[in-house]
Design a protein around this ligand. Structure first.
Ligand SMILES: C[C@H](OP(=O)(O)O)C(=O)O
Ligand SMILES: [Mg+2]
Length: 283
């Protein structure tokens, strides 16, 4: 277990030695073989390919593995749902819907405009009686939902009370943006966790090893020759450590602000740099 992380910014030899330990680099999105492993459920693989190439970063759809895709694979290939309970109720954005479509998983909710409204008096009775509940819903899948509201939370809660499986694309509590933090997917599922007396959803994003197994299954690499690069200790770095990867590299351009964040010794990266571009010095 790593107890002391190595600071690589400006250390040309150190960077060269570090990079040459690995053949595969898993990047959160925010040459080796590169896989972009993102917890951001709002974008599909195709959306991220477009975003990365618009940033001048060459990427193919097949090199992106997002939490929405991870959840869609889990639901379509791993989860055994009764034949009459195959529909997913989504709290989240189009990225989830696109990836569920790619795995031919039926879904409702999500960006449905009929749910983008305040709850009305009649809704309470319709939900309580089951009139407004789709009987084929067997899963509630919660990701980052920019349009979360009381009506959608009420529907999700009642599907869960009717026995739907509780899944999350990821549990990131915050989302880094504009050099500060905003609510993340974990903040969207938290009300349901509270209403369910603390019951946590099964998360299919980092640090879940179901995601690591799916990534390794698709890209077939030697874990000892793979490095996870990301900005968040409790997702990216934990994902790499628990996955038994050869190393992890933390960047300070997102959630983690510096080595004070891992002083507790719980989730210590192998190395860190101020920003990803610092690796160019040793490439
Ligand atoms: C949620 C998203 O995930 P990432 O791409 O960093 O894994 C983010 O924190 O921006
Ligand atoms: Mg990140």
């Amino acid at each position: 277990m790593v107890t002391q992380a190595k600071y690589l910014t400006g250390d040309k030899e150190g960077i060269e030695e570090f990079i040459n330990r690995f053949d595969v680099f898993l990047f959160d999105c925010d040459g080796k073989q590169v896989v972009f492993v993102t917890n951001n459920s709002t974008k599909s693989r195709a959306d991220y390919k477009q975003k990365l190439t618009s940033m001048g970063i060459p990427a193919t759809v097949d090199e992106v593995f997002g939490s929405s895709y991870s959840a869609a694979i889990y639901i379509s290939r791993i989860l055994r749902l009764p034949a009459n309970k195959k529909t997913v109720f989504v709290l989240g954005e189009a990225g989830i819907e696109t990836e569920l479509d790619s795995e031919k998983v039926p879904h409702i909710g999500g960006t449905d405009p009929s749910l983008a409204r305040l709850i009305e008096k009649g809704d309470y009775a319709d939900i309580a009686s089951g009139t407004s509940l789709d009987p084929s819903v067997g899963v509630v899948l919660c990701g980052l939902d920019y349009h979360l509201n009381y009506l959608k939370l009420s529907l999700a809660f009642h599907y869960l009370r009717h026995g739907a499986v509780f899944l999350a694309t990821n549990l990131d509590t915050t989302l880094p943006s504009s050099s500060t933090l905003f609510p993340g997917a974990g903040a969207c599922s938290a009300p349901l966790v509270a209403m369910l007396g603390g019951k946590q959803p099964t998360s299919l994003g980092k640090p879940s090893q179901a995601m690591m197994d799916a990534v390794e299954g698709k890209f077939r690499f030697d874990r000892q020759r793979a490095c996870m690069i990301g900005d968040r200790l409790d997702t990216d770095i934990q994902f790499g450590i628990e996955g038994g990867l050869g190393g992890t590299l933390c960047v300070l351009t997102g959630v983690t602000r510096g080595k004070q964040d891992w002083e507790d010794g719980k989730t210590v990266p192998t190395a860190w740099v101020d920003k990803l571009g610092d690796l160019r010095e040793g490439a």
